[in-house]
Design a binder for this molecule. Structure first.
Ligand SMILES: Cc1cc2nc3c(=O)[nH]c(=O)nc-3n(C[C@H](O)[C@H](O)[C@H](O)COP(=O)(O)OP(=O)(O)OC[C@H]3O[C@@H](n4cnc5c(N)ncnc54)[C@H](O)[C@@H]3O)c2cc1C
Length: 488
């Protein structure tokens, strides 16, 4: 039996294990820590990540546990009226139209519970110390003296990844000079709407406040540490909180600080590996907190990798399919880092530009976003629904009207409900394909393309082919040696 080892038990591996188990593939997980994280680190769960979890049947748990936020108030511009209204902003575009926040510790608990039901266990207190090639396998050695021979290794072992160092992959480097803080606190305020995000672009610093658990008045505050505290070694929230609250211009009282830490922001990315040793999550990309995308990108790396790893390891598809993982996800990481750095740069730029950004650009952006037409354009970007793999070898380039292969299958509620597939599926609109290489679903013209067509949908719901040439679909399977699912 093929043995897949995952190193590191953060949200990336948890997602990868959930997706692989859903496809009937067994994994072995090794983690150096004794317990799961108790910190709330990542807060935003984007629509595309929820869609991925919906395949596995656990998206509703996140929706139930999370906070559904409706608007953003920029305090320098308007104290009373929200500037960005995003209540149900994604309606009609996805099953998950809200902006959802949920603490990372809750996300991890939901995934751990789900995996326990699937009989996946984590080998804790297993810190990897070496990887040694042994024929076609890799021998993994751990600090506790144990060894494990694996056919495939996936390093989800955070930014200082042992696996990435072993592969000697460069991890491009840039650091923002400013010192940032993150505080999780119980606060009291009569002014706060529990469904809102508050942002302040002050002259001296940027600051943001949003709910972690609104019922318990538990909030996250992030921002820049005021410059004159730079030299203090053991900074506490109590030391800066007066200035932070003044800068936020919101009357709040801090009742209790549950967590406080400071950090310098790094932006880096590397290749995602190849062959039998691969990387996912923070092990191959880290960036500024702008947009809340770090954990979400890791979850979506896992969604992209899981079906390819399942097919190559269990169903003997051509190994080249695994190379498309780096081919598809590396540009996503690259774009993510450049765009978040740009956004961060605007907020953090020289005084004049920053003044122009927060007084003029933000107002124009708000006007545009609140227009119905632009809400429909903005949400796919915010919710990470617009990520496409147009230049990949795991698709056949093709276009029908405005729908292109590589894109996520456009959302049609009745169709998505039926599409919790573990394998490829062909949507057949009046072509009536014979001797199909995978399951076929006959559909009406739900995309209003007004002609007969076939859509080959990958297990991650990206389009592998769209058109009316049945031979293209057969070629797709033959070239990649993808065979029918053994459960069919
Ligand atoms: C303050 C803060 C706020 C954030 N906010 C957001 C947000 O709003 N949205 C968002 O999407 N992201 C956010 N992030 C980023 C997010 O937390 C990370 O992207 C996410 O945790 C990465 O998950 P991971 O599984 O790739 O790595 P990690 O969560 O770092 O997990 C890696 C695991 O590998 C283990 N490990 C490391 N080395 C070894 C070894 N040698 N052997 C065995 N195990 C090992 C570690 O113990 C750890 O459990 C935030 C991060 C911080 C710090």
């Amino acid at each position: 039996m093929t043995r897949i080892a995952i190193i590191g038990a953060g949200p990336t591996w948890l997602s990868l294990a959930a997706f692989l188990t859903h496809m009937g593939v067994k994994v072995e997980v090794f983690e150096k820590n004794k317990k799961t994280t108790k910190y709330s680190k990542a807060m935003i769960m984007h629509a595309r990540s929820l869609e991925a979890f919906d395949d596995v049947g656990i998206a509703d748990s996140f929706v139930k546990e999370g906070e559904h936020l409706t608007s953003v108030k920029i305090l320098n511009i308007s104290q009373n009226k929200p500037l960005f209204d995003f209540n149900k902003i994604g309606k009609g575009l996805t099953k998950f139209p809200d902006v959802l926040t949920i603490e990372q510790s809750k996300t991890e608990s939901i995934l751990v519970e789900h995996l326990q039901q699937s009989w996946v266990t984590i080998n804790r207190s297993h810190e990897i110390t070496s990887i040694t090639p042994k024929g076609k396998k890799q021998t993994l050695s751990f600090a506790n003296g144990k060894n494990y021979d694996a056919d495939y290794v996936v390093g989800c072992d955070w930014a200082r990844s042992f696996v990435r160092h072993y592969l000697k992959l460069p991890f491009g480097w840039s650091t923002v000079q400013e010192n940032f803080f993150v505080a999780d606190a119980i606060i009291q305020s009569k002014k706060i709407n529990k469904k809102e995000i508050y942002i302040s672009f002050g002259d001296k610093q940027f600051c943001m406040l949003f709910p972690i658990d609104a019922q318990k008045n538990h909030y996250r505050i992030i921002g820049m540490v005021p410059r004159h505290f730079d030299d203090i070694k053991k900074l506490t929230f109590a030391m800066i909180q007066k200035e932070v609250i003044e800068n936020l211009s919101l009357p709040i009282t801090i009742v209790k600080t549950n967590r406080f830490s400071t950090y310098h922001v790094h932006s880096r990315y590397s290749s995602f590996g190849d062959g039998h040793i691969l990387l996912a999550g923070d092990a191959c990309h880290i960036h500024t907190p702008a947009g809340g995308r770090g954990m979400n990108t890791g979850i979506q790396d896992a969604y992209n990798l899981a079906w390819k790893l399942a097919m190559v390891s269990s169903w003997k598809a051509d190994k080249k399919l695994l190379s498309t993982y780096n081919q598809e996800r590396y540009p996503v990481a690259q774009e993510l880092i450049h765009s978040t750095d740009r956004l961060f740069g605007y907020v953090n730029s020289n005084k004049l530009f920053s003044f122009f950004f927060r007084t003029v650009i933000i107002r124009i952006a708000a006007l545009i976003v609140n227009l119905w037409l632009f809400r429909k354009k903005i949400f796919p970007l915010l919710g990470m629904l617009d990520i496409a793999y147009a230049k990949s070898d795991a698709i056949t380039p093709s276009t029908l009207w405005s729908i292109e292969s590589g894109q996520r299958l456009p959302y049609v509620p009745a169709l998505y409900e039926k599409l919790r597939q573990k394998w490829f599926i062909i949507l057949d609109c009046n072509v009536r394909l014979e001797d199909a290489p995978c399951e076929v679903m006959n559909i009406d013209d739900c995309f209003w393309l007004k002609q007969s067509y076939l859509i080959l949908v990958r297990p991650d719901k990206h389009i592998a082919y769209i058109g009316n040439d049945a031979q293209q679909i057969k070629k797709y399977f033959a070239q990649r040696e993808v065979k029918k699912n053994k459960t069919q």
